[in-house]
Design a protein around this ligand. Structure first.
Ligand code: SF4
Ligand code: SF4
Length: 116
């Protein structure tokens, strides 16, 4: 299941981690919630393939050890989400759709943003 595209309406902020919000129910190490707001990563979907880290040219993500988590002992954390310039590359390469990048307006879709 991909990250909830309406998580800001459906969930509330439950914590602050390394300067960014954590959304949804949190029960570490099993349930970790959605980290970040403009660059949101559902850590309950992420399995730590690190493709997003490799593709982001402004180092928004860092490796995030998650010992004891049933999905993966390593995930990513969008600690530099304010540096994002909304290229959407990370969102496109994530195999499990764990990332949601803020759109410039509510009508933006991935295809419309790419249709230059
Ligand atoms: S949208 Fe682009 S700049 Fe923003 S976090 Fe993803 S890869 Fe980095
Ligand atoms: S690309 Fe997706 S699954 Fe891979 S580390 Fe990034 S958020 Fe996690």
């Amino acid at each position: 299941m991909p990250i909830d595209p309406n998580f800001k309406k459906n969930l509330t902020i439950k914590d602050n981690h390394n300067g960014h919000a954590v959304w949804g129910e949190i029960e570490p190490p099993n349930k970790l919630g959605i980290h970040g707001t403009n660059v949101a990563v559902d850590l309950d979907i992420c399995y730590g393939c690190l493709r997003c880290i490799n593709v982001c040219t402004v180092n928004v993500f860092v490796k995030y050890p998650t010992p004891g988590n049933p999905v993966s002992k390593l995930k990513v954390d969008p600690i530099n989400e304010n540096d994002c310039f909304f290229c959407l590359a990370c969102e496109m390469v994530c195999p499990v759709d764990a990332i949601l990048i803020e759109r410039k307006s509510s009508g933006d879709t991935l295809s419309s943003l790419l249709d230059y």
